[in-house]
Design a protein around this ligand. Structure first.
Ligand code: UD1
Length: 424
């Protein structure tokens, strides 16, 4: 299995181009199911999760064409042409790799009035729930049963608009319902909807396809169903989590670099948290310049957007390991999202876990070590720690990084990091 070798201690200097957002692109791709016509997506990142979703759409019978435009390294154009599908089964072998596979359910039900979608991750519904997705679609008139690890859904007369109030905020459930409602009969209102920038990006794409949506980006989204959607082109927004990750990496190494194409207005509370920690952030014409003053311990609690994102919690913890003083990081979105703690501790960090909070006491230095993590953001937090640490760090199981970070080693190396990918 490939790994990354890092010799820490070099401040990051130069420019990093921010890629298209993985968490926007995955849903935009699923939106292609809703129309018979081509959906052209530009600025699609080259990532394993994008390839898995392309494979899933291909298995449904959608035409999938990737093209690499000249100039921008990485960014690619993806043309998805659904035509008329005759397969509405999303297979376990593909969906088990990626929870976002559940996002084909709403579009398939809306357009084809039926779907059979593997439960994501092969996990029981209680432990990795999709209950909000299923409850919401049921409110739009779908009949849903669970059968041999599959969600079997039907709406023989088509979906019908309804008022759906989510008991708590879910990004995926908001997106699934918003897509489904575009072709439902009449008006759907989503209350307590997620407000993440990726939802606004998806709504903008659906609107370009002919959907009638207002309120995306607020907690009340209103969708007036239409009979059909048409061809459209959409450019995927810049990745705010990648942006925050590199900002923290630059600050952690006490570097000075520009994140080209970054959208500071999409970072929500992450900007204030970094500033409170001593990171100097300047908006520049082509993105954001990141520098670091004296790093000081800062408390952070993850919350739905515009709160501090759970997807930056591990990276923030890596940043805080060498700050002066103590920081308390509290995770409120996901259970068990502290996999990076024992690994950071092995590199010399001083961290104590108390339930859903981690108390980090800053140390003067980390030391390199072989480490690994079992999820994407935890893995990249270990890369940040490796960039700061004295000596050699090996981050194993980098397939997690490949799921969400495009050319991570090359982007960091271009800013002076001593990092290389190694086979085996
Ligand atoms: C998306 C992001 C993920 C991010 C998360 C929160 C993608 C592909 N993934 O995940 O990177 O960390 O938002 O910002 O965009 N829940 C339920 N029942 C449901 C749905 C969710 O109980 O039906 C729970 C989840 O277990 C979690 C919380 O709600 O505790 C929030 O999850 P949700 O916002 O749905 O996350 P995802 O859309 O899966």
């Amino acid at each position: 299995m490939d790994k990354v070798r890092i010799i820490g201690g070099t401040p990051l200097k130069g420019e990093i181009r921010i890629s298209g957002a993985k968490n926007a692109a995955l849903k935009l791709m699923c939106a292609s199911i809703l129309s018979d016509h081509a959906l052209i997506l530009d600025n699609v990142p080259r990532l394993a999760d994008i390839r898995t979703t392309a494979q899933l759409l291909d298995s449904l019978g959608i035409g999938v064409k990737f093209e690499a435009p000249e100039g921008e390294a990485g960014a690619q154009r993806l043309t998805l042409t659904a035509g008329s599908l005759n397969n509405t089964v999303a297979d376990y072998d593909i969906v088990r790799k990626m929870r976002a596979g559940i996002l084909v359910l709403g579009p398939l039900l809306a357009k084809y009035h039926k779907a059979r979608v593997s439960l994501p991750g092969g996990c029981a519904i209680g432990t990795r729930p999709v209950d909000l997705h299923l409850k919401g679609l049921t409110q739009l008139g779908a009949e849903i049963e669970l059968e041999s690890g599959y969600i079997v859904a039907a709406a023989p007369q088509g979906l019908v608009g309804a008022d759906v109030t989510f008991p708590f905020v879910s990004v995926g459930a908001t997106e699934n319902l918003m897509m489904a409602a575009t072709l439902a009969k009449g008006r759907t209102q989503l209350f307590n909807a997620a407000r993440e920038p990726e939802i606004v990006d998806l709504a903008n794409c659906l609107i370009a396809m002919g959907a009638q949506i207002t309120g995306a980006g607020t907690d009340r989204i209103v969708i007036e169903g239409v009979d059909a959607l048409h061809a459209a082109q959409h450019t995927v927004m810049a990745d705010r989590i990648e942006t925050g990750t590199y900002a923290m990496a630059i600050a952690a190494t006490r570097g000075d670099a520009t994140l080209v194409g970054a959208l500071p207005e999409t970072l929500g509370a992450a900007i204030e948290a970094m500033q409170a920690a001593g990171v100097i952030i300047d908006a520049v014409p082509n993105g954001m310049r990141i520098r670091c003053g004296a790093l000081v311990g800062t408390d952070v609690m993850t919350e739905p957007y515009p709160g501090f994102p759970t997807d930056l919690q591990a990276q923030m913890m890596a940043l805080m390991t060498t700050a002066q003083g103590a920081s308390m990081l509290t995770e409120t979105i996901f259970e068990n999202r502290f996999m990076h703690v024992p690994e950071l501790s092995r590199m010399g960090a001083n961290i104590n876990l108390h339930g859903r909070s981690a108390m980090v006491r800053g140390v003067t230095r980390l030391t390199g070590a072989p480490v690994m993590a079992t999820d994407l953001r935890a893995s990249v937090a270990l890369v940040i720690a490796g960039l700061v640490a004295q000596g050699e760090t090996f981050v194993n199981r980098i397939y997690h990084l490949d799921r969400g970070y495009e050319r991570l080693d090359l982007k960091l190396a271009a800013c002076g990091a001593q990092i290389e990918r190694m086979a085996g």
